[in-house]
Design a protein around this ligand. Structure first.
Ligand SMILES: [Zn+2]
Length: 314
């Protein structure tokens, strides 16, 4: 039986030749380098996931005709545990598709990827100062006072529809059941772009989780969108492939989520006053873990734990 890769390469070659495209022009069209694409066609080594997905996208309907499963590829961002079961992933992907159908504002395929193999935003770590500045500006724009707690579940971002799984009429009973129960611990959110320009998004929220957790989750998803992150990296989640963000982007989004919920001046003050992370968490409506993450990132862990340091006598 021909493998998935055999079928894929055959279908690509067939369509490329039928359309009179050279390997070079297809390479430019799908964003896979010429040498990689040539090697794939010669069947020298296996195409990686990223190439596979690009080729599947390009094949479109032809992929299905060739018996290649297209529904394993998702254009979504998961926030999910490593132990997520494939049944849960499948339900999430189906949900993404139906959200896209019901919320899509205007046509246009969301399968387009512009530019090079990796988006231009990738792999650039912003400095801590820069991130603190961005968080401060965001809080300022919301009209919050320094150190004032923020209930991020009340934040509205233009073009982003946040959909709490249990309280929406976009999902049917069956889907809600599948995403809840035993599956509820496996995922926390899923972001679905509704157009190819990444201007409109649906963010499905796991509202079985405690609000403390939802607050940081929704903020992280918001930051991906507000920073213009693109779903470029291909990750395998359970048995499905999904586009996701790269490591630097994950870092920045999470850092900012924590920083707007737990503003620096408040953390500095709390550590100075020897407050426990539990006490701080209670004031800000977050988890104590998030408070500790913040304390560590601000370089205040030693003060927080009260570890004494001294010089030994000569
Ligand atoms: Zn993320």
């Amino acid at each position: 039986m021909p493998s998935f890769e055999d079928k894929l390469v055959k279908a690509v070659k067939r369509k490329r030749e039928a359309e009179g495209l050279s390997i070079r022009s297809l390479s430019a069209e799908v964003g896979i380098s010429f040498s990689t694409l040539a090697r794939i066609e010669r069947r020298e080594g296996q195409p990686d996931n990223n190439s596979k997905i690009r080729l599947l996208e390009w094949l479109g309907q032809d992929a299905e005709d060739a018996g290649l499963q297209f529904d394993n590829v998702a254009f979504v961002h998961f926030r999910a545990g490593k132990n997520i079961r494939s049944s849960t992933v499948r339900t999430l992907l189906k949900t993404a598709e139906s959200l896209r159908q019901s919320l899509k504002s205007h046509g246009g395929s969301q399968n387009q990827v512009d530019g090079e193999d990796y988006g231009p935003s990738g792999n650039v770590f912003r400095s801590k100062e820069e991130l603190e500045g961005i968080a401060e500006k965001f809080r300022y724009d919301l009209g919050l006072k320094k150190g004032e707690p923020l209930d991020s579940l009340r934040v509205k971002v233009e073009g982003v529809e946040v959909i709490p799984a249990r309280k929406t009429n976009h999902l049917d009973e069956q889907t809600i059941k599948r995403l809840g129960g035993n599956s509820a611990s496996e995922w926390s959110a899923m972001s679905v772009p509704l157009d190819s320009e990444n201007e409109n998004w649906a963010v499905l929220m796991n509202d079985w989780h405690k609000v403390e957790r939802q607050r940081v989750t929704v903020m992280e998803e918001y930051w991906h969108i507000l920073l213009g992150h693109k779903l470029t990296k291909i990750a395998r989640v359970a048995e499905a492939y999904g586009r996701t963000y790269d490591k630097a982007e994950e870092h920045d989004a999470f850092y900012l989520a924590a920083a707007v919920l737990l503003p620096k001046p408040a953390i500095v003050e709390a550590v100075g006053k020897n407050r426990t992370s539990k006490q701080v968490a209670k004031v800000f409506g977050t988890s104590p873990d998030l408070v500790e993450y913040r304390i560590k990132r601000l370089g205040l862990w030693r003060e927080h734990t009260g570890k004494l340091v001294r010089l030994s006598p000569n």
